[in-house]
Design a binder for this molecule. Structure first.
Ligand SMILES: C[S@@+](CC[C@H](N)C(=O)[O-])C[C@H]1O[C@@H](n2cnc3c(N)ncnc32)[C@H](O)[C@@H]1O
Length: 263
């Protein structure tokens, strides 16, 4: 088999955690077809003591335990000695920068990613400062460990690898699809939400599919989709609208939508 297009190494104290999430759908297929290789590393294998200790009490006398730096440094050094290209090393952390679609698209261009999963009170800060290239959060909430966050990053990145989606969908039309803003083309911005989707039956419990979608008029359907995407973004994520340059038609729709939705 040809070498995988991208290798993702995950370092965790719970290697068994990942047996489920990567064995379905797009992720499973991407591994089977050699687009991606996911390697899970047990942090305890990189400890040097009899008890395979990965954590210790925090300096300063707070509650809880902190993941020690030595096993994490050793794990990354071990991974980097495998002859893989030096890719991004990412520490999953509630204190990190927000992981968003433009970054997922950037990661999809890398040949190698290393994801470090924290636990307990977190990870010795020297890992963030001197080992990781990025400290990333998947949202403004606190998880019990970095494993779920790592799985989220893997999923979001792998589905953007060319060939991963097959015929199932196109990432171009999806929510948050990054675009180059004319004023800052080098820093991709995050796009609007996707439009709503419907399937058969056309009427379900007296709830009918919007008329435009069953009209057969492709131009009308495209227009409906663009307007509904705008409406959904305005309702659910008005923050996204602030950075998207709307064309004249969209500006007019937005004014109409705001009027329609006035209390
Ligand atoms: C209980 S959390 C530590 C929370 C930390 N004391 C704080 O308040 O920021 C344990 C681990 O879960 C992971 N984690 C928690 N929330 C996360 C988030 N929003 N994004 C990414 N990783 C997260 C990190 O790896 C973290 O080290």
């Amino acid at each position: 088999m040809t070498p995988a297009r991208v290798t993702i190494d995950i370092v965790t104290i719970f290697p068994g955690f990942f047996t489920g999430p990567f064995e379905h759908g797009i992720l499973r297929r991407a591994q089977q077809t050699g687009l991606v290789k996911v390697a899970i590393h047990d942090l305890r294998q990189f400890t040097a003591d009899r008890h395979r200790t990965v954590d210790d009490r925090p300096f300063g006398g707070e509650e809880g335990m902190v993941l020690k730096p030595e096993p994490l440094f050793r794990a990354v050094e071990h991974i980097q000695q495998q002859g893989r290209p030096r890719g991004q090393v990412i520490l999953l952390s509630a204190q990190g920068k927000l992981f968003r679609q433009p970054l997922a698209a950037e990661f999809a261009k890398e040949e190698s990613l290393v994801l470090l999963c924290g636990r307990y009170e977190g990870v010795d800060e020297r890992v963030s400062k001197h080992l990781a290239d990025e400290e990333l959060s998947i949202g403004d909430f606190v998880l019990s460990g970095g494993e779920l966050a790592a799985a989220v990053v893997v999923d979001a990145v792998v589905r953007l690898l060319p060939g991963a989606l097959g015929n199932e969908a196109s990432a171009v039309r999806e929510s948050f699809a990054p675009f180059a803003h004319p004023r800052e083309p080098r820093e991709p911005k995050i796009g609007l939400l996707d439009c709503p989707h419907y399937t058969r039956p056309a009427v379900f419990r007296e709830m009918a599919v919007p008329e435009a979608l069953v009209s057969g008029d492709h131009q009308r359907i495209a227009q409906w989709r663009r307007r509904e995407a705008l409406k959904k973004t305005w309702r659910n994520r008005p923050d996204l609208l602030a950075q998207v340059p709307l064309d004249e038609e969209q500006q007019q729709w937005l004014a109409e939508i705001q009027k329609e939705e006035e209390p």
